[in-house]
Ligand binder design. Sequence first.
Ligand code: C5P
Length: 396
Amino acid sequence: MELQGKRIALGVTGGVAAYKAAELVRLLLKQGATVQVAMTDAATHFVTPVTFQALSGQPVFTDQWDARIGNNMAHIDLSREADALLVAPASADFLAKVAHGLADDLLSTLVLARDCPLLVAPAMNRQMWENPATRRNVATLRADGVAVLGPGCGDQACGETGLGRMLEPEEIVAELIAHFQPKPLKGRRLLLTAGPTFEAIDPVRGITNLSTGKMGYAIARAAHEAGAEVTLVSGPVALPCPYGVTRIDVTSALQMRDAVLAQTAGSDVFVAVAAVADYRPAAPAEQKIKKDGGTPPAIELTLNPDILAEVAALPHPPLCVGFAAESQKLDEYAEKKRRAKKIPLIVGNLIQNGFGGDDNTLVLFDDDGRHPLPPASKIDLARRLVAHIATLLEKN
Ligand code: C5P
């Protein structure tokens, strides 16, 4: 329920992606928002107002002269109530209108008369998106402070492939949630590791652990919400990459270390969340190991590099944040680890409280001491951690 109490005015313009706006309404309601839909005339040719009325539970407005609004001021009343005005899909024609301040139907008038933030999710054919006129209009909108969400890249209704596809409803909702978050990491670059590593024994077997990557992915999302440019070096997990985050997939600790070291220059913060395997098989077999007679093979292990300690020891390291997952004596072990790795902040968690689940309990340890965070969902904790990191960055 991350949009609890938020009032969203949703504008739908004419494009095939209008059908996805129906799902968008459902997802917004699921997050606790109330949704007031206004459609352009063109949009009603793709999806009927009845669909949006049924989904939103609110009357849908399409006409500037709608007599249902007592003072006939639909353009003012509908956006005055809203915390944000979201137009999805936003056609090329509609973006052009908004860029030029035209107000010749209900939705464009609503945009011009609003006193709340405007977010648009463009949806159009790739050539329309690339057209210099659209490029100019989008640049104008950005300069005017309009948040342009996407567009995405992929198959289009016209049979072509390219940029211009409306973001998926889930991505639009994530960006709207992000819009309401504070931006203490604006202009900062944050690098992080997440998930387990997998250390090969032979081509089909290996050593790994039960890390799901959820905490790391939540931090990546929270950092993106806070305005950072985020690069996530991820071990093998079954999670989608948070929208707006650049993910680099790796398998082993050695690959993770190479990917991290290639990204540290220019990073302001490095958060090591990954559960990196301490050891790897010294000489992975090139061929599958056979059961031959049932004698168990001996697997010789060798120590993996400590990625976090290596980054912290660089001549100009980013602000380094480590994790200490412990099963007992959290304070003692976490602080010991913080000192051993020479890092300013370590995040301690008792594994029985957080491993694999959606909730967690964290304690932050830095030079000022111990800062326990109340038990919460991983995304809430991630946002608090990001806020703490931002204050440490300010102090540095
Ligand atoms: O030493 P320990 O594994 O307990 O430390 C945990 C912290 O160090 C985590 O932040 C983890 O991501 C990081 N780490 C690392 N490389 C390793 C082992 C741990 O970056 N090889």
